[in-house]
Ligand binder design. Structure first.
Ligand code: BT5
Length: 256
């Protein structure tokens, strides 16, 4: 990005997925800074093949294209920057400051108000440098599918929230945080900001990964943004996975 910020905003009444659209644009060589916004997605993507669902007009559905200078093992910091920018935008526009749940959720009162999905493209001839597409779905006026236990900004703030104002605040926050991704100091500051907002730290968690499950206490975030879980006297560093917050003696939170 040549200091231009996220100004190439492409709006769609309907798409299959804003992430799919931007991944295709990235493969075709689109530069950093392209933004895709849809009123409705026919096939909104969650992580691990899951779906992001929202009736037309109820969510902020937005993806951004980044081409950051970040070590391969730290690409997750791109989604962390997007989550922080979105949380700041929610606070500014809706008066609700969501907590961050590792690795990719925004929660209000323990309920999911937004989810982040990053996909990357290694780059190569014709496709330019490596690309990371980060998408976020924010429940503005709809609390998510039945049984999921989500919430919306309108439900939690008790007031009307303008999706366009939220989009603009989000893009401005992201442009402010974006330069930090390119330097080791900036990346450490980003993770520090996450540590301050991360409700996962200090909780008993169950981490679900393809390789199996791990239950323990989430004790730290590494400078690469990975979660450190202490279990049976050993510290495990988790780079990716689903996390369920468990309350000792209480029921687990609702399904993802
Ligand atoms: C996420 O996945 O939370 C990432 C969602 C990213 C969506 C954005 S929208 C713009 C961009 N374009 C895309 O195609 N995707 C991105 P995950 O952690 O896997 O959570 C998915 C799970 O959340 C589902 O299996 C449901 O249980 C639940 N869920 C689905 N829709 C929801 C909603 N609107 N609110 C709350 N929870 C929801």
């Amino acid at each position: 990005m040549s200091g231009g910020g996220f100004t190439d905003v492409r709006r769609f009444a309907e798409l299959d997925s804003t992430n799919r659209y931007l991944m295709d644009e990235a493969r075709a060589g689109a530069p950093e800074g392209v933004v895709a916004v849809a009123d409705h997605q026919r096939a909104g993507r969650g992580r691990l093949g899951r779906r992001w669902e929202a009736p037309p007009g109820t969510n902020l559905l937005v993806s951004v294209l980044l081409r950051p200078d970040v070590p391969a093992g730290e690409l997750h910091l791109c989604s962390m920057a997007v989550a922080l920018a979105a949380a700041d935008a929610c606070a500014a526009v809706a008066g609700v400051a969501p907590d961050l749940k590792w690795p990719n959720d925004l929660l209000v009162g323990g309920a999911k108000v937004a989810g982040v999905l990053a996909e990357s493209e290694p780059g190569g001839p014709g496709a330019g440098p490596p690309a990371v597409v980060v998408g976020i779905g924010v429940n503005v006026a709809w609390p998510g599918p039945v049984g999921v236990g989500g919430t919306s900004l309108q439900e939690s703030s008790g007031r009307e929230v303008d999706r366009d104002a939220l989009l603009h605040a989000f893009l401005a926050e992201l442009a402010r945080r974006r330069p930090g991704l390119n330097t080791p100091l900036g990346r450490r500051q980003l993770v520090d900001a996450w540590r301050r907002r991360c409700v996962t730290l200090g909780q008993v968690v169950r981490v679900e990964q393809a390789s199996g499950e791990l239950t323990g206490t989430a004790v730290a975030l590494t400078d690469a943004g990975h979660l450190v879980v202490e279990a049976a006297g050993a510290a495990h560093t988790v780079a990716a996975g689903d996390v369920v917050h468990l309350r000792p003696g209480g029921p687990p939170e609702g399904p993802k």
